[in-house]
Design a protein around this ligand. Structure first.
Ligand code: 5GP
Length: 190
């Protein structure tokens, strides 16, 4: 059995990706979340080594020059995010399958690197109207920021065909069971 497998989750903002990823980690004990490095500041209760490994921009750039990352992106202007090679080894050493929550470009890069050893899943919000409604309900974004996120989501949706599976999150329970089905099948394969 190949125990160097990875599962990649990508989605436009507001599609419900984090909720689905959280449920999969609860349901499948053989999965472990890949903690990314980032140069953005911690938010709220975030702690170093739990949600992210936090670095300042110059430390992050130094690690780029040392080839410490499997992939990295400047996801938002001035904010870098990347997957450390050491993080992959840490999780595989436990015999577990790695779960990535990563932007769409990063997801496509990882799929290119891991090929058949990767299951790439694109979580899609049901429609632009629903995405707008969710972002409004979340109440954390200005109208301008909501329109920007929607424009980005429309662009990101255009890449969904490059993923192994597309899960439309119009009904959360169904999206969760569909995702669990895909994962069960993938980790059961040798
Ligand atoms: P946030 O700042 O809201 O935690 O994350 C912003 C975005 O960065 C999300 O879309 C998240 O999936 C993405 N992201 C998190 N870690 C990585 C990473 O290691 N590489 C890339 N390319 N994107 C990441």
């Amino acid at each position: 059995m190949n125990n160097r497998k990875v599962i990649i989750f990508s989605a436009p903002s507001g599609a419900g990706k984090s909720t689905i990823v959280g449920k999969m980690l609860e349901r499948f004990p053989q999965l472990e979340f890949s903690i990314s490095a980032t140069s953005r500041a911690p938010r709220g209760n975030e702690t170093n080594g739990k949600e992210y490994y936090f670095f300042d921009t110059s430390a992050f750039r130094k690690m780029i020059s040392e080839n410490a990352f499997v992939e990295y992106e400047e996801v938002y202007p001035g904010s870098y995010y990347g997957t450390l090679r050491s993080e992959l080894e840490r999780i595989w050493a436990k015999g577990k399958t790695i779960v990535f929550d990563i932007d769409v470009k990063g997801g496509m890069n990882l799929k290119r690197i891991f090929g058949q050893d990767a299951l790439s899943i694109f979580i899609m919000a049901p429609s632009v109207e629903e995405l707008r409604r969710r972002l409004l309900a979340r109440g954390t974004d200005s109208p301008e920021s909501i329109e920007k996120r929607i424009a980005k989501a429309e662009e990101e949706n255009s890449f969904s065909g490059k993923f192994d599976a597309i899960i439309v999150n119009d009904c959360l329970d169904r999206a969760i069971s569909e995702t669990a089905g895909k994962i069960g099948e993938f980790i059961g394969k040798s």
